[in-house]
Structure formats: C-alpha cells, structure tokens
Design a protein around this ligand. Structure first.
Ligand SMILES: [Mg+2]
Length: 377
C-alpha cells in the first residue's frame, strides 16, 4: 500500500475559548492508493506560522511521504527530520510540519491495520484520566471569576485550569494582591477537593521574587500545579522558585520542540510535570520519545492539547499509554475545531476521559468543515 495523495490545509477559525480571537492550525490529509485516509494536525496558532508551515509541506516536505508505505512511519519520521536538517531539526516551524505529517501517518497506520492508536503504541497503561476544564474566564470581578471556575466543577470536571495574562475582561496575572485574592476565592468556591491549576502564560514576565511570593500563596490554597512561570530558557529562575517553594508542583514544556530540548530540562530538574504537544513536538513519534525519557526521570507527562479534535485524540492515546500521566485537559466550550471538525470529538463522561476504540486516532474528520475554514495563502 502506498500514499498516493498528500495534502496540507491551513485553517483559520474563531476560538470561542479565547474570546473568539482568530487562531490557525494546519491539517495534513494522507490518502492511500486503496482510498484509506489519515489526518494529522499541527497547532500553529498564528497566521504567518500556518502559512509558512503549509508552504513547507506543499513545496517539499510532503514529497518525503509521497508514494511511500505508510506502515513504515518511523522510517518516514526520520526521513522528514533528515530533510529539514538545514532549517529545522532543532525545532521551529519545521517541527510543526513534521508533527502534522507524523500524526497523519499514525492515523493511517491504525486504519490500515484496523487498530486504535493505543494498541499501535504498545497498549494502554491506564483506562481513564480525570477531566480538567482549561479556561480563559469571561467574568470581570473576583466573585464572578471564582463562580465561573467553580461552575465547571459543578458541571462534572474534576479540575480547572486558568490562563493568566489573557485577552478579555478577567485581567488576571497583572496585580499580585488581586491574583492571590482570586486564587483564594476560587478555592473557597470549589471546595477543598477539586483540582486547580494556574498557567502563567507567555505575556507575563515574572521575576523570581514576584514568582516566589505568588507561589507561596498558591501553595497555601493547594494549587495542583503552577505552569510556565518563566521563559523556557530561564532554568535558573525555575531552580530558585523550586528551592523556595518546594511543595508547589511546577509544570513546564509546552513551548519546546525536540527531544534534546526536553532532555535538557529533565536533566536540569526544573519541573514535576512535563507538557508536550504532539502538534508541535515532532508528532506522536517525537512525543513518545519524550514520554519515555520523562518516565526515566520520574516526571509526570501531560499531553498539552488546546486546538483541534485531531490533536486532542492523539493526546488521549499518548497519555493513556504513558507510564506517568497526570490529568487530561479539555476545552469546556464548543470550539468549532472540536465540535464542527469531528463528528465524535473527545469528551469527558462523569469527569473521566477515555480513548476511542475506533482505528487510528478514532475521530472522524468532517471534510466540509476543512473547506469552510480553509485559509487563503
Ligand atoms: Mg500553558
């Protein structure tokens, strides 16, 4: 069996979870000479990145898999990395392109062999993970915001994660006293048992004393983790923070691309949970290598996923097959790239998330939706 058609689709869409700001992904569609189709995604977010990744794929990278046997997917992943040696085997936009092709190859392989991805990955080590609602809250006052966070626990999620420094009226991450009051109000509204995480986010640039002050307050209310408090290159800041507040778990890694980069932060002992996105970190094949390494370091793995139903499906298979997964994040609002793109996006049932048993990733992509959100480049 050979891949006869390889295509890239850059999409632009309003993201309801992000106040309807426009976001972008690139989908890859691979079709065999027998008519079997596999889908993969990379989470480009920005227009220029989506356009560039689509160009890389259309003007060269997709040739690597054209007329090749999709069952040889690891060999093809290595060939893709070799192809980008001059411009991207240390990360960057080439890693996005490789991610989407690799994910589509795994989906295709599963459909050809009639096996779910978790079986191809060697089998599940866990049957289910606790569902976390990851949100950018819409309210303005502390009381409104805390009530909104608690409403997701009431709706069945076991944890909530809030993004700081986001657009909209919440205005979180800019005022230490208000942020600490917010965190205490959320804990009071949710009760003692629900999980609560804070993602500091790329817009904020906390220094070490500021981060220590915040982390001490967050540890007091039993925060489940604090995410990305510093720039990923600032490993010394992570060390200082962890030494000062050892009882607050740190999650880190969503902005890294390659196994080498993840190896560096694992060696540096700067986090308790490693965040890895299959739509960025060189696909399912790339993430598998990081998962293995993280297990050797006794660090938990959280599959970062905040884009389409294709990526979410890849993430749940990876997490359930990992030795030390943590929780599973879902968008609690009807994002079009979840509910319109797939007929059966991953959802939680009674606060738990499982992987689909259908072949490959196990989600059905709606091709009309791909055409509807297709971006002109
Ligand atoms: Mg994050």
């Amino acid at each position: 069996m050979r891949i006869k058609k390889a295509e890239a689709f850059p999409l632009r869409y309003p993201e309801i979870i992000d106040n309807n700001n426009i976001r972008h992904i690139v989908l890859v569609r691979l079709e065999t000479d027998t008519g079997i189709v596999g889908w993969g995604e990379c989470v480009t977010i920005f227009r220029e990145n989506a356009a560039s990744v689509a160009a890389l794929l259309r003007h060269g990278l997709l040739e690597v898999v054209q007329d090749r046997d999709p069952l040889e997917n690891i060999t093809l992943w290595q060939a893709l990395r070799q192809r980008v040696w001059w411009y991207g085997d240390v990360g960057g936009i080439a890693a996005f392109a490789i991610s989407a092709v690799d994910m589509a190859l795994w989906d295709l392989k599963g459909k050809i062999l009639n096996q779910p991805l978790y079986t191809l990955l060697g089998g599940k080590k866990h049957e289910r993970l606790p569902a976390c609602a990851s949100i950018h809250p819409k309210g303005t006052t502390i009381d409104e915001l805390a009530a909104e966070m608690a409403s997701y626990i009431e709706a069945g999620y076991q944890l909530v994660k809030v993004g700081f420094g986001k657009k909209g009226t919440a205005n979180l991450g800019f005022d230490a006293a208000r942020d600490i009051a917010f965190a205490r109000a959320v804990r009071a509204a949710m009760g003692p048992d629900a999980g609560f995480m804070i993602d500091v986010g790329a817009r904020l640039r906390w220094d070490v004393p500021y981060a220590v002050r915040m982390a001490r307050a967050f540890a007091e209310i039993g925060l489940y983790w604090l995410e990305d408090p510093f720039h990923p290159d600032n490993l010394r800041a992570y060390h200082h923070l962890r030494a000062a507040v050892p009882d607050l778990p740190i999650a880190f890694g969503e902005r890294l691309f390659t196994l080498d980069a993840f190896h560096r932060i694992l060696e540096a002992d700067v986090c308790d949970i490693i965040l890895v996105d299959a739509g960025r970190a060189e696909g399912i094949t790339g993430v598998l290598q990081v998962v293995e390494l993280a297990a050797q370091f006794n660090v938990k793995f959280n599959p970062h996923t905040y884009s389409s139903a294709v990526n979410t499906a890849a993430a749940i298979h990876l997490a359930l097959c990992a030795e030390r997964p943590s929780i599973f994040e879902l968008m609690p609002l009807p994002s079009v790239m979840q509910v319109e793109l797939a007929t059966n996006p991953i959802r939680h049932v009674d606060g738990w998330v499982t992987a689909p048993d259908a072949p490959g990733l196990g989600v059905e992509v709606v091709e009309e939706t791909v055409q509807k959100y297709l971006m002109e480049i």
